[in-house]
Write a protein that binds this ligand. Structure first.
Ligand SMILES: CC(=O)N[C@H]1[C@@H](OP(=O)(O)OP(=O)(O)OC[C@H]2O[C@@H](n3ccc(=O)[nH]c3=O)[C@H](O)[C@@H]2O)O[C@H](CO)[C@@H](O)[C@@H]1O
Ligand SMILES: C=C(OP(=O)(O)O)C(=O)O
Length: 426
């Protein structure tokens, strides 16, 4: 037996949709919380499978995790009885963000033993910059029997230049350095909004981090961290997905709980395409679609550039534009599996790495497709909503890693979409 998402395309979508807390912030905030000696309360936690995996990992370390709130969106993380154990369970490989336990456990216990993290396969995803950062702080890194062993006698602040402004390395080094002696400086740090959110939580816990949101972050080591309360920022990638979905398949959809400033790269492209929007303080109304949508060229880049995570859902909209659009991927040059799936539905996309050439407009028809990764899944859902007939999407566990209640949210807009269990031989 397996679960799939089945969509009957062509229905009118209208109404309101509320964006959940940011996945990429949450998956770092949860490990960061165990740096405290006391309970940390985090609200706005999305109910997604990455969070379920993190809860299992915390419990394996003896951390008490209490889930509260109507949709389980409040977490109280109590690390008072935690122990540093090897993190060798298969759960580690179910998500990317398990790598944050490297920085956190190294900071707290000066030793960590952990398997290689998982996450979406988007081409090679090395973690050399994380490890180089730990080494600069005084740690030794070994890879033995499928696990990293990272240990230090003491951690001492230093200057770390990141060759590539990596989100994961910036956050991991920030966590590793919170108790290090003296001052750590991260140069060419990533500037994504999620990094500001993690630094804000750590500062509420008593850390001394400055410069987050710029490309130079300094961390002055402190002795202990205490409990606090933190509300997560809205998910800009989920917001981007619903904005694109509304522009492709909707008719007056308001996307609520957004920070429009985090979405500027996308909003400017939607403007160029000819999507009618009303951008408010914390919501965006996407009005009915223009008759003719203009093609655009997109190049992904670190924040505040056009986010790589947004290019896959946007590609579905580009299949409806009148002419050729080009998406050039500079972060993960192999992130184009969704194009092959969209072509099965009738799209005309030519992938020549590191770009995809999307010729539109094309009529899409429902068929069986595979969510090869999280945002591929999002692009296929948008396609299914405008396709003629029925679309069946397989391997939906990728989608469930990052979208809270996507089926329920789309149903409330009028979509004919359901999650069904079928015989796996089908
Ligand atoms: C859990 C999480 O937050 N995931 C996000 C995070 O992934 P993640 O943190 O893994 O991505 P990075 O920002 O680290 O990757 C950016 C680029 O740096 C390269 N690199 C990274 C680390 C390293 O040690 N060496 C190296 O060469 C990567 O191959 C990639 O080309 O940022 C990506 C880029 O915005 C997003 O697509 C992911 O959704
Ligand atoms: C690539 C993504 O996630 P992860 O880094 O968790 O695999 C994503 O959110 O699009």
């Amino acid at each position: 037996m397996k679960e799939i998402i089945r969509i009957e395309g062509g229905h009118n979508l209208t109404g309101h949709v509320k964006i959940s807390g940011s996945k990429n912030a949450t998956v770092a905030l949860i490990p960061a919380a165990i740096l405290a000696d006391e309970p940390v309360t985090i609200v706005g936690v999305p109910n997604i499978s990455d969070v379920k995996s993190l809860k299992i990992l915390l419990e394996e370390l003896g951390v008490n995790v209490l889930i509260k709130g109507e949709n389980g969106n409040h977490l109280i993380i109590d690390p008072s009885n935690m122990e540093n154990k090897p993190m060798n369970s298969d759960t580690v490989t179910k998500l990317r963000a398990s790598y944050y336990f490297m920085g956190v456990l190294l900071a707290k216990y000066k030793r960590v033993e952990i398997k290689m993290p998982g996450g979406c396969y988007l081409g090679p995803r090395p973690i050399d910059l994380h490890l180089k950062g730990f080494e600069t702080l005084g740690a030794k890194v070994n890879y033995e029997g499928g696990s990293y062993i990272i240990e230090a006698d003491e951690l001492v602040g230093d200057k770390i230049f990141l060759d590539v402004s990596s989100v994961g390395a910036t956050i991991n080094i920030m966590c590793a350095a919170v108790f290090a002696k003296g001052k750590t400086t991260i140069e060419n740090a990533a500037k994504e909004p999620e990094i500001i959110d993690i630094a804000t939580l750590l500062n509420k816990m008593g850390a001394q981090i400055r410069g987050m949101g710029t490309n130079v972050i300094t961390i002055t080591g402190v002795d202990t961290l205490h409990g606090c309360f933190h509300e997560i920022i809205p998910d800009r990638i989920e917001a981007a997905t619903y904005l694109t979905l509304a522009a492709t398949a909707g008719n007056d959809i308001t996307i609520e709980n957004v920070i429009p400033q985090h979405l500027e790269g996308l909003i400017s492209k939607l403007d160029d395409i000819g999507v009618n929007m009303e951008v408010n303080v914390d919501s965006i109304l996407v009005k009915g679609r223009n008759e003719v949508l203009k093609p655009v060229d997109i190049k992904t880049a670190p924040y505040p550039g056009f986010a790589t995570d947004m290019q896959q859902p946007l590609t579905t909209l580009l299949t409806q534009c009148d002419g050729q659009s080009v998406v050039t991927e500079t972060i993960y040059t192999e992130r184009f599996k969704h194009c092959h799936e969209l072509n099965k539905m009738g799209a005309d996309i030519d992938v020549r790495t590191p770009s995809s050439f999307i010729n539109g407009p094309t009529k899409l028809s429902g068929t069986s497709v595979t969510a090869t990764d999280l945002r591929c899944g999002a692009s296929l859902i948008i396609a299914g909503l405008i396709a003629s007939g029925t679309t069946e999407i397989d391997e939906i566990y990728h989608i469930e890693r990052g979208y809270e209640n996507i089926v329920g949210k789309l149903k409330s807009l009028g979509a004919k979409i359901e999650k069904v269990t079928i015989d796996s031989d089908n």
